[in-house]
Design a protein around this ligand. Structure first.
Ligand code: FAD
Length: 458
C-alpha cells in the first residue's frame, strides 16, 4: 500500500483443502482471487479554490486551466461512478460500439476509379501535424517518389510557443534524420536557428541527498516548436507533400491492399460535415477530402489518440485473463503537470542551471491527496533576455490516480505558486514574478508498452 493511493488491487492467495477423485488423501488447492480494496476516504474534501493573483489576472490562463479542469473532472467522475457501481452497462457497450475507429476488412479495394472525386489518394498518409510533420518530412526525403499527405484538424500546422526541452545531441541526430530542410545548409544550421536556450549544468535532487547529482549532456537545450515546425512545414510544401488542414480523421478502414481514412471538416469546438473550408499554415485552402486512400497510414495524433485508444482496447481483449487486471485500455495512473515560462528580475539560484528533477517536499497527511510533488526548471528564451527579464521554465508535476478526491488543476496551480519561493527563491505572490506562458494538464499513463497496432500489411 502506498499512502497516497486510496484504493489498490491486491492479489490474495488462499489455501483450501479438498478431495481429488483418483488421488488418495487430501490435496491442497490454491485459489487466487483479486480483491479491490477501497481505503476509507481521508479527512480531505475537494473544495473549489481561487487561483492566485499571479494566474488569475491573465484571462487566457484562467480559461486554459478551467478547460483542462473540466477534462480532469470528467475523468474523476468516471472513476467515481465506477466506484459507486453506477456504470450503465448498456450505455458503456454502446459507447464501445461507436468507438470502432479502426476497422479491418478482408477485402481488396483494387484500382481507384478515375472519376472518383470523393476519394483522395496517396502512398503515405500521416494523421496529425506536430511530430507528424517531421515523420512526413523524413518519409518524403527518404522516398522522393512517394506521394505523402498530412491531415491536421487544426487550421494550420504550427508549433506551440512554449519551448520543448531536449538534449542537444539527440536533437542534432533527430534533425539529421529529417533530411535536408529547405533554406538550411545542414542540420546544425537548423538546430542553431531553432534552439532558444542552452546551458551546461543540469542536476537532479531528491530530499535527503547531501548534494544534487550533476548531470551533463541530457536535457541541455530549449527548442522553439514554432520555429522548427515553421521551417519543416515550408520544406514539406516545397517537396510537394499535400497538407489538409481543418481536416479530422475519424475512421481507418484497412483492406488487404490499402487503407481508407475517413475525414470530416473540423473547427475547434464545432465539428461540421465534410465539404468546405481549408486553412492556412501550408494547408489545402480548398475542399476537405471525405476519404483518403493510402498504402501506409501513420497515427501521429498524440497522447489522446483515438486510434491508439481503440488499439489498446482491442489488445486488452486479447490478453490472457491473468494479465487483465487492469486492462491495457485503462490508465494505470495520471501525471498532473502545472507550470510554464516565468520571468523575474533575478533568479536567486541562478538561471544557468537546469533541474531535471527536484523533490524537496515530503508528503504530509494534510496534503496527501496531492501526491508527491516533483519539480523541474530550465533556463528559457535566453536570446531575448537582453530586452526582457530573465525567463525560466518551471513545472511541478505529480503521479497520481484519478480518485474523485484528488485536487483540481486550479488547486495544483495554487500550490505551484506557493512553492516558487521555496524552490526558486522568488515570491509567486509578490509583484516581481510574471507569467509568460502557463500550461496545466492531467495526462493518463498506460502500462501498455507494446509496439504500434498494425492492422494489415497493405
Ligand atoms: C506541460 C507539458 C510540457 C511538455 N514539455 C515537453 C518538453 O519539454 N520536451 C518535449 O519533447 N516534449 C514535451 N511535452 C510533450 C509534447 O507535448 C510532445 O513532445 C509533443 O507535442 C507530442 O507531439 P505529438 O505530435 O505526438 O502530439 P500533439 O502535440 O498532441 O499533436 C497531435 C496533433 O494531431 C492533431 N490531431 C489529433 N487528432 C486528430 C485527428 N483525428 N485528425 C487530424 N488531426 C488530429 C492535433 O490537432 C495535433 O496537432 C510536454 C507536454 C506537456 C503537456
Amino acid at each position: 500500500f502506498y499512502p497516497q493511493n486510496q484504493y489498490q488491487r491486491v492479489m490474495v492467495t488462499a489455501s483450501t483443502t479438498g478431495h481429488r477423485a483418483n488421488a488418495p488423501g487430501k490435496v491442497r488447492r490454491r485459489r487466487r482471487c483479486l480483491l479491490r480494496v477501497h481505503l476509507a476516504r481521508g479527512p480531505w474534501a475537494c473544495s473549489s479554490q481561487e487561483l492566485p493573483l499571479l494566474l488569475s489576472k491573465q484571462p487566457d490562463v484562467v480559461k486554459h486551466i478551467n478547460a483542462q479542469d473540466a477534462f480532469w473532472n470528467a475523468t474523476k467522475t468516471v472513476r467515481r461512478r465506477a466506484m459507486e457501481n453506477k456504470c450503465d452497462r448498456k450505455r458503456t457497450n454502446e459507447r464501445a460500439r461507436k468507438s470502432n475507429v479502426l476497422v479491418q476488412h478482408d477485402t481488396t479495394l483494387g484500382a481507384r476509379g478515375e472519376d472518383d472525386e470523393e476519394e483522395d489518394e496517396c502512398d503515405v498518409l500521416i494523421i496529425g501535424g506536430v511530430l507528424g510533420a517531421f515523420v512526413a518530412h523524413a518519409v518524403a526525403t527518404a522516398v522522393p517518389t512517394a506521394r505523402v499527405a498530412v491531415v491536421e484538424r487544426n487550421e494550420s500546422i504550427v508549433g506551440r510557443d512554449q519551448e520543448w526541452n531536449a538534449s542537444l545531441d539527440t536533437l542534432t541526430k533527430f534533425l539529421n534524420a529529417l533530411g535536408p530542410v529547405h533554406g538550411y545548409d545542414d542540420a546544425i544550421t537548423l538546430r542553431d536557428n531553432v534552439t532558444t536556450s542552452r546551458w551546461k549544468r543540469s542536476r537532479a535532487f531528491v530530499e535527503g541527498m547531501s548534494e544534487p547529482l550533476a548531470v551533463t549532456g541530457v536535457m541541455d537545450c530549449g527548442v522553439s516548436p514554432r520555429r522548427l515546425i515553421d521551417a519543416v512545414r515550408d520544406s514539406l510544401v516545397r517537396r510537394g507533400v499535400r497538407i489538409h488542414t481543418c481536416t479530422e480523421a475519424t475512421h481507418v478502414h484497412s483492406h488487404r491492399d490499402a487503407a481508407v481514412v475517413q475525414c470530416r471538416a473540423y473547427r475547434r469546438g464545432r465539428e461540421k460535415d465534410s465539404g468546405g473550408g481549408g486553412g492556412g499554415g501550408g494547408g489545402n485552402h480548398g475542399n476537405i477530402p471525405t476519404q483518403v486512400r493510402a498504402r501506409l497510414v501513420v497515427d501521429c495524433t498524440g497522447h489522446f489518440s483515438r486510434f491508439a485508444e481503440e488499439s489498446r482496447r482491442l489488445r486488452s481483449k486479447r490478453q490472457p485473463l491473468l494479465h487483465r487486471p487492469p486492462p491495457a485500455s485503462e490508465p494505470r495512473g495520471h501525471v498532473v503537470v502545472v507550470g510554464g515560462c516565468l520571468e523575474a528580475p533575478s533568479w536567486p539560484q541562478g538561471n544557468d542551471v537546469a533541474d531535471l528533477l527536484a523533490c524537496f517536499d515530503t508528503v504530509s497527511q494534510d496534503d496527501i491527496r496531492f501526491g508527491q510533488p516533483l519539480w523541474e526548471a530550465f533556463p528559457a528564451d535566453l536570446d531575448v533576455s537582453g530586452t526582457t527579464m530573465p525567463r525560466r521554465t518551471v513545472y511541478m508535476f505529480a503521479y497520481i490516480d484519478d480518485h474523485p478526491d484528488r485536487p483540481s488543476l486550479a488547486e495544483y496551480a495554487g500550490r505551484f505558486v506557493d512553492g516558487l519561493s521555496r524552490y526558486q527563491g522568488v515570491d509567486g505572490h509578490g509583484e516581481e514574478v510574471g507569467v509568460v506562458r502557463f500550461l496545466a494538464g492531467a495526462l493518463p499513463c498506460y502500462s501498455d508498452i507494446e509496439g504500434p497496432h498494425v492492422l494489415s500489411e497493405a
